[in-house]
Design a protein. Structure first.
Ligand code: 5AD
Ligand code: SF4
Length: 444
């Protein structure tokens, strides 16, 4: 490949989950430290990092269309690095299929990007999909400036091996980052402007560590330690597995005021046969029992989940069990997907793959139910006075956007600033957001 000038500007484009957003931010900071600046809006960057998602086929295919779009009229392209889970899973294929790609870097190796860029500039094509023993987190620069709501990766990887899922292959085994490093990174995030921290992990509630006194603790212990940071107002965590929903973590929802009343606990299906075929370790009943205990600890908790429709062999009656579970829970918001066969996973070769039109129909019916519940949840909040963490300006002059404790988007008008926590009364509700009326402190 041709030599090129060292890049002066970069753009990082992240697809998929919040962990990718976090990784994308960390890559951007790393590039910044190398003296490479973010490309101005509307201008082509010298270096483009595509931080990809492999969870479903559609997400994985996006990388190729994006690479195609980066091609210039003269046939050349900027320096392209493919990062993230597609890089990990299909690195060789990308190199073969997309000659414009100079770098392929997996999610555990992106701290080595600077060296890879140096090689790529010299005209070499480089792949690094190692899962090195040294952690990338030690090699990344400290965080300097973040928005009011920041992510903190505390755990990576998954040992659960649900039969449809690529995560255990792309992100590797479950690893918890050490307590001390997390408390330090959280303190830095707060110094850099964060008022809310969302703890991230593919199985975040499987996090384990030792506190400062050497005692074994779970996620609730980490949350408790972070709650002691005076300028940190809110803590959230995502995403969780029912099997790791310990009694201590459930109790923490009732005990730690800074832990927000929101729980994302994927269930995937409401039918026990399907759950077993998915290798989920819970039944519909044991899942509902967990939610009952969480609600007992924190009655106002907003619940969220993930669903897959059309898993191989799913019958109409089995799908209806999912609708029944949705009805029983009354979710505040959810994600739902059509089953997508992923290469290398056990479900991909199972008999009775479901026809696309059946999946479309089921997804539509499920989403109608979930949307109905989401609107009902928002409408039930009307009249409530609540605190909103202001995240950014709205579209209209004088309008601000933020989040309620229940992770609803709330807009309001009046004096405010980003990062402030204001009191509003919830006055009207749509399916995706609510309007609040700002309360001046004397009224609040
Ligand atoms: N097909 C469809 N959805 C999937 N998910 C994971 N793997 C697949 C797949 N092969 C969904 C699950 C998971 C969420 C992150 O993505 O619902 O909880
Ligand atoms: Fe995938 Fe299941 Fe692990 Fe979640 S728990 S990342 S769905 S294997």
């Amino acid at each position: 490949m041709q030599k090129v000038a060292p890049p002066r500007t970069y753009r990082v484009k992240s697809f998929g989950c919040q962990m990718n957003v976090y990784d994308g931010e960390r890559m951007a900071e790393l590039l910044g430290e190398q003296g490479i600046a973010p490309a101005p809006e509307g201008e082509e960057a010298d270096l483009v990092v595509l931080n990809t998602c492999h969870i479903r086929e559609k997400a994985a295919e996006k990388v190729y269309s994006d690479i195609g779009r980066l091609r210039r009229e003269d046939g050349t392209s900027p320096l392209i690095a493919v990062a993230g889970c597609v890089a990990q899973a299909e690195g060789e294929e990308i190199m073969a299929r997309a000659p414009a790609v100079r770098m392929v870097v997996g999610p555990q190796a992106y701290h080595r990007l600077p060296g890879m860029i140096a090689d790529a500039v010299e005209g070499r094509r480089v792949t690094d999909t190692d899962m090195p023993a040294e952690t990338k987190f030690d090699a990344l620069p400290a965080r300097r400036r973040v928005g009011p709501s920041a992510f903190l990766t505390v755990q990576e990887g998954c040992d659960k091996f649900c039969t449809y899922c690529v995560v255990p292959y792309t992100r590797g085994a479950e690893v918890s980052r050490p307590f001390a490093a997390l408390v330090e990174e959280a303190a830095r995030l707060v110094d850099a402007g964060a008022r809310e921290i969302t703890l991230l992990g593919q199985n975040v509630n499987a996090w384990q560590g030792e506190d400062a006194r050497g005692r074994a603790i779970g996620l609730e212990g980490l949350v408790r330690a972070l709650a002691a940071l005076p300028d940190l107002a809110r803590i959230r965590y995502t995403t969780s597995h029912p099997a790791d929903m310990s009694e201590a973590l459930i109790a923490a929802h009732g005990e730690i005021g800074k832990l927000m009343p929101f729980l994302h606990l994927p269930v995937q299906s409401g039918n026990d046969r399907v759950l077993k075929a998915m290798n989920r370790s819970h039944t519909a009943e044991s899942y509902l029992a967990i939610l009952d205990r969480v609600r007992a600890a924190r009655p106002d908790i907003a619940l969220s989940g993930d669903f897959i429709v059309g898993f191989p062999g799913e019958s109409e009656a089995e799908f209806e069990d999912t609708l029944g579970l949705v009805e029983a829970v009354g979710y505040a918001q959810c994600f739902s997907f059509k089953y997508s066969p992923r290469p290398g996973t056990p479900a991909a070769t199972m008999a009775d793959q479901i026809a696309p039109e059946v999946m479309d129909d089921r997804l539509q019916r499920l989403q109608a139910a979930l949307n109905r519940d989401q609107l009902a949840f928002n409408e039930a909040s009307l009249g409530r006075t609540c605190e909103v963490l202001v995240e950014r300006k709205g579209r209209h002059p004088g309008q601000w956007l933020g989040k309620s404790p229940w992770l609803q988007s709330v807009h309001f008008e009046g004096e405010a600033q980003v990062g402030e926590i204001v009191t509003v009364q919830l006055a009207s509700a749509g399916p995706n957001s609510l309007r609040g009326i700002r309360k001046v402190p004397a009224e609040a």
